[in-house]
Design a protein around this ligand. Structure first.
Ligand code: C2G
Length: 129
């Protein structure tokens, strides 16, 4: 039985911390769906991404661990997504630990340790982006 994983994020200026997360998430099953924050949703998240949604989507789709990229438009779509895409496991980095435990009624919820010493914010600062 195919085990389907879903995760969410902005994934701006894709870096090895993101890839580590995607690799481990994919390793928990057979198919990884990434719900990618749209530019409009980033405004709601108070995140200004360097790359547009289309650019961030292209980068993610080039990643061997990612099977499908869908848009993340709001905070409320997760339950619908899990049912629509028949996700068995919801995965996030542990900076979100506990925040999505309400999804445990619909699927397994796993928080994975963040990769230390790398962040989009740091990269943007270092490169004056
Ligand atoms: N991440 C990580 N290690 C890092 C940086 C990021 O494991 N050094 C993980 C985050 O924990 C997250 C994913 O990579 O699971 C994507 O990171 P962001 O794009 O920063 O995600 P965020 O903006 O927190 O969006 O509805 C959920 C939100 O869309 C999450």
């Amino acid at each position: 039985m195919l085990k389907r994983i879903i995760t969410y994020g902005t994934f701006d200026v894709l870096h090895f911390g993101h890839i580590n997360l995607l690799k481990r998430a994919r390793g928990l099953g057979d198919y990884l769906i990434v719900a990618l924050s749209t530019d409009e949703f980033n405004k709601i998240k108070n995140k200004k991404s360097y790359y547009t949604y289309e650019q961030r989507k292209l980068l993610l789709e080039s990643c061997r661990y990612v099977d499908l990229v869908i848009p993340e438009n709001n905070w409320e779509q997760k339950i619908d997504d899990i049912q629509k895409y028949q996700a068995d496991i919801f995965v996030m980095g542990d900076d979100w630990k506990g925040k999505f435990d309400f999804l445990k009624s619909y699927c397994e919820v796993i928080y994975l340790p963040r990769t230390p010493n790398i962040s989009t914010t740091q990269i943007k600062e270092d490169f004056n982006l």
